[in-house]
Design a binder for this molecule. Sequence first.
Ligand SMILES: NC(=O)c1ccc[n+]([C@@H]2O[C@H](COP(=O)([O-])OP(=O)(O)OC[C@H]3O[C@@H](n4cnc5c(N)ncnc54)[C@H](OP(=O)(O)O)[C@@H]3O)[C@@H](O)[C@H]2O)c1
Length: 177
Amino acid sequence: VILYIAISIDGFIAGEDGNVDWLSSVDNPTQSDNGYQTFSETIDTTLMGRKTYEQVLTFPCPFPYAEKTNYVFTTQQLEVGYSSVRFVNEELEHFIAKLKQEKRASSKHIWLIGGQQLNRNMFQLNLIDRLVVAILPIVLGRGISLFGSMHIDPQQLRYLETHTFPSGCVQITYEKK
Ligand SMILES: NC(=O)c1ccc[n+]([C@@H]2O[C@H](COP(=O)([O-])OP(=O)(O)OC[C@H]3O[C@@H](n4cnc5c(N)ncnc54)[C@H](OP(=O)(O)O)[C@@H]3O)[C@@H](O)[C@H]2O)c1
């Protein structure tokens, strides 16, 4: 399970009101995708919180993850929208163990898209195997942070690699120790 996510220098994944317009407002003269396509090809399954899913639906493009199997976590009974989307309200540890078992023949990974609440729930249960943060050269000042407050002991991660992109995006990969 890989949490692959864009953050501001000051650690926010969205503005105060949840907007992510800043992701595309950062100067990007070469129109680099900051490694997104390469990453996307390693993924066949996504996990997202209901609020992130609802935001993705507002983007002015077709559902971007239609080729993948998408699990949206919610405690609500929502109308099924896309055939690639399944709504889930299961205990996370059990669900992830079951999903990994089902996927054991697949060489592709599971992308935890976000947002903050699902990230926090997953991290606190030690269910994030790898963390790829794409730091964009922007300071937002306030907003929704990567995890929010967690009542945990400090947890060190193992550094794996760094990629830099002409846009000034620095992508750092860590894995769980
Ligand atoms: N920078 C980036 O790359 C990036 C990526 C992803 C998201 N984001 C941002 O993150 C923000 C959303 O984050 P958020 O924390 O507000 O919301 P979120 O994590 O996307 O969604 C929260 C909702 O997910 C459901 N949920 C979470 N954990 C659950 C569990 N264990 N079981 C069942 N349901 C669960 C609940 O839905 P119900 O209320 O329906 O029960 C909860 O209200 C958005 O503004 C988005 O832009 C940014």
